[in-house]
Ligand binder design. Structure first.
Ligand code: GDP
Ligand code: MG
Length: 764
């Protein structure tokens, strides 16, 4: 099978093209650095199938970043039959810089002038024919997004792949042409493949080449002496770069005709004046985030009811009609889109659950079997399923922000605000990706060059609440609002918890920067992509992927865990079946109760008289959450249904399971919040923990686990204590002030505790 590689700068549209060629659903994000590993698919519309490889985005073929190494090695070692060099036509000169380097390799190339739709729209013109003649390889105009020119591109690539191509260089008329040519001949004489490419890289002083070809390096060093008095003072790397750019602007740019533009700022620039404003940038981000949570979790659309107070309970006299009305309108007000989805799904789950229960009763199934299916399997499953549409809606809104280019700005404004505390914008990119799922976010940290930064980022990615934790927040906040009626709505509480998680990430990184992870914050340079309207197909692809992921998990891990939980809660140590009423004699009760005491400071252990009997459900839920965070909710449902089964017949949905557990266990709202905080900050699910382990250096993972455990425990305790007894906030503030003062003084060298002295001594 032929193999084509897609290479190009970050954010030039490689993955979009890859998806459209192979029908895959790889993650496309409107910010640089989303694809960090190569990815393969198959294009089937050519004369014979072609393997397509999506390479990470790079600006150059030097070996300085992991992306560069992956892409360069792939082209050199795996020898694709053709390299499709994707060029962002709106940024022609900068993109062609990479092209001039790929051209030096002996490999067929086709240049894809992508984003031609944008160029045309702006009135600029690119003469692809002229460019093709000048570069000497086929140039095809395409729009990966609009699916234009793809067929022609692939035809030309297929054609090019049939022939061999020898590398060419634009450095022929540069002052270095002579030495390059000498080295090339020497390398060729030794039988080195791609002699031109290696000769040029060696001349640039590329580390890998210098190591591989020390003899030829002598020739370069010799040659350098002649240039000692040159403006570049013998810096060949700079000379090569300069020669490339000069050549590009002198020769290739003529193919580009810029439309006469007035001096006005582009729309993107204008938007950025506001959105990335020095002072308003972060407040605007928080307002946008709040709007997202309001539309997803709020029950009173735009707070209309809070302002005008019109909502009442509706009774149409018809039960079905009432249920229908309740989806869109309740005593809280007009439902938000997220609430509507949630109500609808709850309604559907109710019908299914009712059907299953009636069916089992009619066939006369045994009591334990009814319990297992109704409370265990369906209880756990419906708990998770009922939240899926709402969480997908949240995801849709976040994807819109990402695809529009706004999230790239967020990384930028966060960098500006938190750089002095030791965080960089590059590290914020994987953190923000963590809103979706910690696993791809952790993989993304691969490109963080600084090891300390990589470790810290991996540690705090789970603090950016992922889609699997969102239902915990939704259910807990829903229950709190409906039971205690605190005067603020769920959307706001969920938002505050999300922000709290993000704040904890910033605070803990700042702390690590002061203690175990001292060091320079790496510079952050990122090109801000132009804003564009999010693409419908792209969004749907994201959602579809997420949905598949949820469903797969729901019917495997979550059902399995729910069954285990049900069995352990209905089994005595003597292996007797226990009915719901006797759950307190079960194995699960004893295990849960045994560890409950640890959770007492966090408000969900042995805190009230009632909780001695049933409070263990929270501990159990937190533990099952280590497998998958959805398990927390499904455990609530299984145990809630069983505990409730003794009292009422209906299955529960959404926050009802939590509010039932509240009455049953006597947990306080402070305890519930602390429970949520604990789950947000503690060890993430298996998959995420394993990924973090793989992405961080050996031997550091145990500290990471300790970090998660200690942070979650201390924070949840502080949250519970402060919320329960407000005046303890002064004690907490005093402790924090002491810690901060200690670090400030220590940094000024005024305090020198023993362990620091010792570590200094060790250095000497
Ligand atoms: P990669 O980093 O090179 O893989 O780039 P992506 O495929 O992730 O695309 C980056 C951004 O550019 C996304 O927001 C795409 O929707 C957008 N994009 C890609 N191709 C085109 C195109 O032909 N026209 C326009 N207008 N946008 C595009
Ligand atoms: Mg990509």
């Amino acid at each position: 099978m032929l193999k084509f590689a897609l290479a190009g700068n970050p954010n030039c549209g490689k993955t979009t093209l890859f998806n459209s060629l192979t029908g895959s659903t790889a993650h496309v994000g409107n910010w640089p650095g989303v694809t960090v590993d190569k990815r393969e698919g198959v294009y089937k519309k050519a004369a014979s199938p072609v393997a397509i490889v999506d390479l990470p985005g790079i600006y150059s073929l030097s070996p300085y970043t992991p992306e560069e190494v992956i892409s360069r090695n792939f082209i050199l070692d795996e020898k694709p039959d053709c390299v499709i060099n994707i060029v962002d036509a709106t940024n022609l000169e900068r993109n062609l810089y990479l092209t001039t380097q790929i051209m030096e390799i002996d490999v067929p190339i086709v240049v894809a002038l992508n984003m031609i739709d944008v160029v045309k729209k702006s009135g600029d013109k690119i003469d692809a024919k002229t460019l093709e003649q000048k570069i000497g390889v086929p140039v095809v105009e395409i729009s990966a997004l609009k699916d234009e020119g793809i067929k022609e591109l692939m035809d030309r690539a297929y054609e090019a792949a049939q022939k061999k191509r020898a590398g060419t260089t634009v450095l022929e008329s540069s002052a270095l042409a002579h030495v390059i040519s000498d080295v090339r001949i020497a390398l060729k004489g030794k039988g080195v493949e791609n002699p031109l490419f290696h000769a040029i890289k060696l001349t640039e002083g590329d580390e890998l080449e210098v190591k591989a070809h020390p003899d030829e390096m002598q020739m370069v060093e010799e040659f350098k002496k002649q240039f000692a008095d040159d403006v570049f003072e013998g810096d060949f790397e700079a000379m090569v770069a300069d020669a490339r750019y000069k050549y590009i602007s002198a020769n290739f740019s003529t193919a580009f005709v810029r439309a006469k533009k007035s001096e006005k700022l582009t729309k993107s620039d204008k938007a950025d004046r506001v959105l990335t404003h020095r002072i308003w940038g972060i407040p605007i981000f928080l307002v946008i985030l709040f709007a997202i949570f309001h539309f997803t979790f709020g029950e009173d659309l735009l707070y209309l009811n809070a302002i005008f107070g019109f909502a009442t309970d509706v009774d149409t006299g018809n039960e079905v009609l009432n249920a229908f009305v309740a989806v869109f309108y309740s005593s809280a007000g007009v439902s938000t889109p997220g609430a509507i989805l949630f109500n609808l799904m709850g309604f559907i789950c109710d019908q299914i659950g009712g059907g299953i229960a009636t069916g089992l009763e009619n066939v006369g199934a045994a009591e334990w079997a009814q319990g297992l299916v109704n409370d265990g399997i369906w209880g756990g499953l419906s708990g998770v399923l009922s939240f899926i549409p709402q969480i997908l809606f949240l995801f849709l809104l976040i994807s819109i922000l990402e695809d529009s280019g706004y999230m790239a700005r967020v990384a930028f404004i966060l960098d500006r605000a938190f750089r002095k505390f030791g965080l960089s914008g590059r590290a914020f990119i994987p953190m923000i990706m963590g809103f979706g799922c910690s696993v791809p976010a952790a993989i993304n940290t691969r490109t963080l060059a600084d090891e300390k930064e990589r470790i810290m980022t991996n540690r705090v990615i789970p603090f950016f609440t992922c889609g699997a934790k969102a239902p915990i927040l939704a259910a807990v906040c829903g229950a709190i609002v409906h039971i205690w009626n605190p005067g603020i709505d769920q959307g706001l509480i969920v938002f505050l918890l999300y922000v709290f998680g993000m704040a904890m990430a910033v605070i803990t990184v700042a702390l690590m920067r002061q203690t175990t992870m001292r060091g320079e914050v790496p510079p952050f340079i990122m090109e801000l992509p132009a804003y564009h309207a999010p693409q419908f197909r792209n969004l749907m692809v994201h959602l579809w992927d997420k949905l598949k992921h949820y469903i797969k998990k729901a019917f495997t891990i979550i059902v399995a865990s729910a069954i285990v939980i049900w069995f352990l809660s209905h089994m005595s140590w003597e292996w007797h079946y226990l009915p719901d009423e006797r759950m307190n004699e079960s194995i699960l009760h004893d295990i849960g109760a045994f560890v409950s005491w640890i959770c007492t400071p966090m408000g969900f252990g042995y805190n009230t008289a009632v909780m001695r009997e049933t409070g263990w459900v929270f501990v159990v839920a937190a533990v099952t959450g280590l497998i998958a965070k959805e398990n927390v909710i499904s455990t609530f449902f299984v145990l809630g249904n069983c505990l409730g089964g003794a009292l009422n017949e209906e299955t529960m949905e959404g926050w009802e399971a939590v509010s039932f557990l509240v009455t049953e266990t006597g947990i306080t709202w402070q305890g519930l919040i602390a429970f949520t905080v604990f789950n947000m900050l503690t060890i993430p699910c298996f998959a995420a923990a394993a990924t973090v382990k793989g992405e961080t250096p050996k031997g550091k993972f145990k500290f990471t686990v300790a970090f998660w455990m200690i942070t979650s425990y201390l924070t949840a305790t502080a949250v519970f204590v402060v919320l329960s007894w407000w005046w303890t906030v002064f004690i907490l503030a005093a402790v924090i002030a002491l810690v901060v003062a200690y670090f400030i003084l220590r940094n000024k060298g005024k305090i020198n505790l023993k362990f620091r002295k010792r570590s200094n001594a060790a250095k000497e």
